[in-house]
Design a protein around this ligand. Structure first.
Ligand code: HEC
Length: 158
């Protein structure tokens, strides 16, 4: 009897946690953006500010590129990107997303649907989209804006 009661209690606790998880909200989207590290690259000045999100620049991308064997990439303006998709489309877009480095696109495939919907709502809630970041520069071409070299100096063969 006691065992059954405990089992029922455990089940309802799990049920409560699931109900909370199924929520779609701006607050949940902000949390995903933080633990997913999106601001680390897509919000200029975020790391320098010790992790404080500046509402003026949040997820508008960065003008400082990452250069490696793939060329030079710039963390995109996610406010503009989110506006290209409805919330429904954004779910399929993120599930199929594949980019150049150092964007960890493969990790985004582990987000569940409520997390991606929440992320979309959060990005839209940030307000005016701002300007695009510099365009991708192929290998061997000189970038016109600052960049970080993303390669070990002792790379074999270099
Ligand atoms: C280590 C840095 C880094 C992190 C962390 C990161 N990104 Fe990116 N992201 C980039 C870069 C650089 C690009 C551009 C890649 C390219 O040009 O192919 C990019 C591209 C993207 C794109 C494609 C945009 C386009 O214009 O095609 C999306 C969407 C995106 N990131 C979303 C996210 C989200 C959401 C998170 C957090 C869960 C995140 N990124 C975390 C660096 C990062």
């Amino acid at each position: 009897m006691l065992r059954t009661t405990l089992a029922v209690l455990a089940l309802s606790a799990a049920g409560a946690a699931y109900a909370q998880d199924a929520e779609v909200s701006v607050a949940k989207g902000e949390r995903i953006s933080r633990i997913g590290g999106c601001h680390d690259c897509h919000t200029a000045g975020f790391n320098e500010a010790g992790g404080t999100i500046d509402p003026a620049t949040a997820l508008k991308g960065s003008p400082v590129g990452f250069q490696g064997p793939w060329g030079t990439t710039y963390a995109s303006n996610l406010r503009m990107k989110a506006r290209e998709h409805t919330e429904d489309d954004f779910v399929a877009y993120i599930a199929a997303l594949e980019t150049r480095p150092p964007m960890p696109w493969f990790n985004l495939h582990y987000l569940d649907e409520t997390e991606v919907r929440s992320l979309h709502q959060y990005i839209i809630s940030l307000g005016e989209p701002g300007e695009p970041t510099p365009a991708y520069v192929p290998p061997g071409q000189p970038p016109q804006s600052p960049f970080i070299v993303f390669a070990p100096p002792t790379m074999p063969g270099s």
